[in-house]
Design a protein around this ligand. Structure first.
Ligand code: GLU
Ligand code: ZN
Length: 310
């Protein structure tokens, strides 16, 4: 068996809040319970929303809660050339193509096809720029995005575009998604040059040798897409565990938009209270000890039992 390597991959759009602390604690516990390595990766590809300040704050918050990575964090904004290599490999295999469509053009094309399909506020791309069989693919002169050719990827994997991608989640069980229909040809690189989360996360999980992904349930929906991309790039598939979300008073996922407060930990007592709340969200019993390391150790033992590890 490959040695366990796990990670917590925050986007530094702001400080950690109660919800992100749950994801951090869960991935830390899973790594410790497996006797594995725990890494932190700063996912700052969307430079318009991320800041170095938030990155420092997050690292301080993790340290204050006793969640210390086993190596220096990787920072995605420094890894552009690696993502470019992955995109080049996809283009060389005919699995990615340039797209010059504006949002408006995409909406109009969908309208002409008889209706707009929306997925999490995103339009399902109608395939306007997808190369038709055999046609040589020119590089447009104007600004353009790069999209994954989903049907071509699935075909290469011996699947029909109408077939579902199946995967297993350790907590949620059997999952499936017909990616070509439900998501379509998603963006790998935006027309403004920014790398898309999907490409960066898949490339880096493989580059860091991540064997287990533990993250919030709001990200579960991305998994099928990431598996298709892993296969297109010939990368191994990690195991997945998506943790319960912390909901805000309005029943929505806790986020900065609905007033999630940063988790403060000016002293150990406060850090311990924050962790007790996070552990509770993960259905772990309250820690009965007074120090951070002891509490974390207790939860690690609980976690090991929960997931029947020996
Ligand atoms: N950076 C992503 C986020 O903060 C998480 C990525 C992941 O865990 O796969 O939402
Ligand atoms: Zn297009």
């Amino acid at each position: 068996m490959k040695p366990y390597i796990g990670r917590f991959a925050p986007s530094p759009t702001g400080p950690l809040h109660a919800g992100s602390l749950v994801a951090a604690l869960a991935s830390w516990l899973d790594a410790r319970a497996h006797g594995g390595t725990w890494l932190v990766r700063i996912e700052d590809v969307d430079a318009t929303r991320c800041s170095v300040q938030a990155q420092h704050t997050i690292m301080q918050q993790l340290h204050a809660h006793g969640l210390v990575p086993d190596a220096e964090p990787w920072v995605q904004s420094q890894r552009s050339s690696i993502y470019q290599q992955a995109l080049d490999a996809l283009v060389a295999q005919g699995l990615a193509y340039p797209c010059t469509c504006s949002r408006k053009q995409i909406a109009e094309a969908l309208e002409a096809q008889g209706g707009t399909r929306l997925r999490h506020g995103e339009l399902v791309y109608p395939g306007t720029c997808r190369p038709r069989g055999g046609s040589a693919m020119g590089r447009p002169a104007q600004a353009h995005a790069w999209r994954l050719d989903m049907a071509a990827c699935l075909m290469q994997q011996g699947l029909l575009a109408t077939e579902a991608t199946h995967w297993h989640d350790r907590r949620l069980g059997a999952q499936q998604q017909v990616v070509a229909q439900e998501v379509g040809d998603f963006v790998l690189r935006r027309s403004d040059g920014l790398w898309a989360y999907q490409l960066a996360v898949v490339v880096d999980d493989a580059a860091q040798g991540i064997t287990h992904i533990v993250r919030g349930e709001d990200l579960a929906d991305n998994t099928a897409r990431q598996i298709v991309l892993q296969q297109a790039l010939g990368l191994p598939q990690p195991q997945y565990l998506h943790t319960p979300l912390v909901l805000a008073a309005d029943g929505e996922k806790l986020s900065k938009q609905n007033g999630a407060q940063p988790v403060l930990a000016d002293d150990t007592a406060q850090a311990l209270r924050n962790l007790q709340a996070a552990a509770g969200a993960l259905d772990l019993p309250p820690a009965t000890t007074a120090t951070l390391p002891e509490a974390l150790q207790q939860w690690t033992a609980d976690w090991r039992q929960r997931w029947r590890m020996t």
